[in-house]
Design a binder for this molecule. Structure first.
Ligand code: KG4
Ligand code: ZN
Length: 379
């Protein structure tokens, strides 16, 4: 394995990340500056504020990543940066900085698809634990705030290619977690809060129907007769809203919202103090339905395509119930399933530097005039 050190930069959404990874397997540093405090008062990411925060953070974050790796700018072999998908203004900050570095240092520049980064977070983790050999075909579920996508992943001579066999028709799974948390007055980002609260409620208390998509996606012309496994999560969010209205939870939600707006960084005890049994049951039941739907559809796709290995990555892959449920159900199907560690599941730059390594070996470099692609597809 050649000794290649790549500086990765990630700024597609609300985290500014820089990391140094050696040969796609050894993390020398991985720095993430979170913008949660900036967006919290608005209950979601405000794109304009996100770009400004990236501008503020990018230089110190990159400097810290190099310092922690005990490297200088000159000693890295290449610069990798997220090209898309993501918020255009946020992507531009990382890309402009990476271009300037590559130009000034005369280093190769590598553009990485953010979703490919999430998939390579799994590989990075596996290589660290010495598991370098994987059985193909691989099915990868990328489940985050912006995506719920299923890919068949192939690798040939350092080049990875991906076939999309399913995606969400409306809200992404992480988006549903965030919207439900917001409507229950629990704050932002919703996923980690719901993850912590769910074990305190009864997941069988409320029955939610997740949608069974029988018809074809009208927005996506079918190229061939490949079976598809699409998801849809806007219905469950509406069902939670209807439950809130019919069970008169509005006043308690308002009280909670007020209390949390005055609490700096609420802790689990604070959340529990302001959540009655009915709300905890609702949260647990929502999470159970989300998890069961994600696992059932992914495993159905795994059976249909007869895959040998399953990857689950992206922010929602940090969810404990999702990990437990996937591990249990995939084992029953005799399918090995791999996740990144919880900290590598959410956005970070180590995954971008790891995904860039095979591209470095294949000399897939980009010219300094390449641009951000907010809606970039993974192929
Ligand atoms: O991958 P990520 O950091 O950013 C995107 O690419 O979107 O994912 C962020 C999403 C958010 O929707 C967040 O609520 C969700 O991942 N998330 C979780 C958990 N941690 C983060 N969802 C459920 N359980 C978690 N523990
Ligand atoms: Zn992401």
């Amino acid at each position: 394995m050649p000794d290649v050190t790549i500086l990765g930069i990630e700024s597609s959404c609300d985290e500014t990340g820089a990391a140094v990874v050696r040969s796609g397997q050894q993390i020398l540093s991985n720095v993430v500056a979170s913008q949660i405090a900036t967006h919290q008062p608005y209950g979601g990411v405000v794109p304009e504020l996100a770009s400004r925060e990236h501008l503020r953070a990018i230089i110190p974050v990159v400097r810290q990543a190099l310092a922690e790796a005990r490297l200088t700018y000159e000693s890295v072999d290449a610069i990798a940066v997220t090209q898309g998908p993501g918020l255009a203004g946020s992507l531009l900050v990382g890309i402009s900085f990476a271009k300037a570095l590559a130009f000034a240092l005369e280093k190769p520049l590598i553009a990485v698809n953010h979703l490919e980064g999430h998939i390579h977070a799994v590989l990075l983790e596996q290589r660290q634990t010495g598991n370098g050999e994987l059985q193909f075909p691989v099915l990868a579920l990328v489940v985050s705030g912006g995506h719920t996508h299923l890919y068949l992943a192939h690798s040939e001579e350092n080049l990875w290619t991906y076939d999309n066999i399913g995606h969400t028709r409306d809200d992404a799974a992480g988006e549903a977690f965030d919207k439900v948390a917001k409507l229950l007055g629990l704050g932002y980002p919703g996923g980690p809060i719901i993850d912590q609260l769910a074990p305190h409620g009864n997941p069988e208390a409320v029955k939610f129907q997740t949608s069974q998509l029988k018809h074809r996606d009208r927005n996506r012309p079918q190229a061939d007769d490949q079976p598809r496994f699409d998801f849809s999560y806007s219905g469950i969010k509406t069902a939670v809203l209807r439950y809130v209205e019919t069970h008169n939870l509005g006043a308690a939600i308002e009280e909670r919202r007020r209390a949390f707006s005055e609490t700096k960084g609420p802790k689990l005890e604070d959340y529990l103090r302001f959540c009655d049994r009915q709300t905890l049951d609702l949260v647990a039941s929502f999470q159970r339905s989300m998890v069961e739907d994600l696992v059932a559809k992914t495993l159905a796709a795994a059976r249909e395509y007869d895959v040998q290995t399953l990857f689950v990555s992206g922010g929602v892959a940090a969810n404990r119930e999702l990990r437990e449920n996937f591990a249990r159900e995939a084992e029953m199907q005799g399918l090995p399933v791999f996740f990144p560690s919880r900290s590598l599941s959410t956005d970070n730059a180590a995954m971008i530097a790891a995904a860039a390594f095979p591209k470095f070996l294949a000399k897939q470099f980009v010219p300094v005039d390449f641009s951000a692609e907010a809606g970039m597809a993974l192929r």
